[in-house]
Design a binder for this molecule. Structure first.
Ligand code: DX5
Ligand code: ZN
Length: 215
């Protein structure tokens, strides 16, 4: 089963509720919420209030919160309170990653670890026992609408070869056309921003993205 996680970053902020409802009605499974602190990445998005608003509007929809932050440990409680179901932090935080993952699980959420395109998959190995999901960045994090870096997907293949059976997401520039590339390497959750919110027909985009997984 391939899950489709629309990246709210690509939604129309002025018509957020109707835009998110549109992609959920089109068949998306959960929401991917990108939090950027203008330090870990050169862009600023929004904070826990976005999760709280989405929780109010879509009480039953899972929120997968991707923290592109230098100090995520200071905000974990706030995101839990706001309604996050899963929190993903970055491996590039170094020694801070492991305690943060532990804390996320202690609070009863799913914990995720993300790697930028240039970070080798081997760096994930010590963290995997503490993770429920791995988020492979297929663009340099910070902005939506970029082109997918296909080489990054080899990390999914390596993780599957090592026997990792959890969720592997691909995030950045994923489209219905390149989804088969991701799925064939073992990705089972596709984060899609631009290719979904800007599609003329979101339901068709989702069907096409999932199609590669059909026998
Ligand atoms: C990039 C974000 C992605 C991005 C995906 O820093 O983590 O989630 O918004 O959007 P698209 O699909 O437009 O690349
Ligand atoms: Zn993301």
């Amino acid at each position: 089963m391939i899950e489709i996680a629309p990246s709210v970053l690509a939604a129309d902020l002025l018509h957020l509720e109707q835009d998110v409802r549109r992609v959920l009605d089109a068949g998306a499974d959960l929401l991917h919420v990108d939090i950027m602190d203008a330090h870990f990445v050169p862009n600023l998005s929004y904070g826990p209030d976005m999760c709280a608003a989405l929780r109010r509007g879509f009480p039953d929809v899972q929120q997968d919160v991707h923290l592109m932050m230098t100090n995520p440990e200071d905000y974990l409680e706030a995101f839990v309170k706001a309604g996050a179901d899963a929190i993903t932090i970055h491996e590039e935080l170094g020694h801070k990653a492991l305690p943060a993952l532990r804390r996320i699980r202690e609070m009863g959420l799913m914990a995720g670890i993300s790697v930028k395109p240039g970070t080798p998959a081997q760096r994930l190995t010590p963290l995997l026992p503490l993770c429920d999901l791995v988020l492979i960045m297929t663009v340099e994090p910070g902005f939506g609408g970029q082109q997918m870096k296909g080489e990054a997907l080899d990390k999914a293949k390596m993780l599957r070869a090592q026997g990792y059976a959890g969720i592997i997401s691909a995030d950045g520039g994923i489209t219905p056309d390149n989804a088969p590339q991701a799925i064939s390497r073992g990705v089972n959750r596709l984060v899609m921003g631009t290719a979904l919110f800007k599609a003329d027909d979101a339901a068709q985009a989702i069907r096409r993205a999932r199609a590669a997984a059909q026998p």
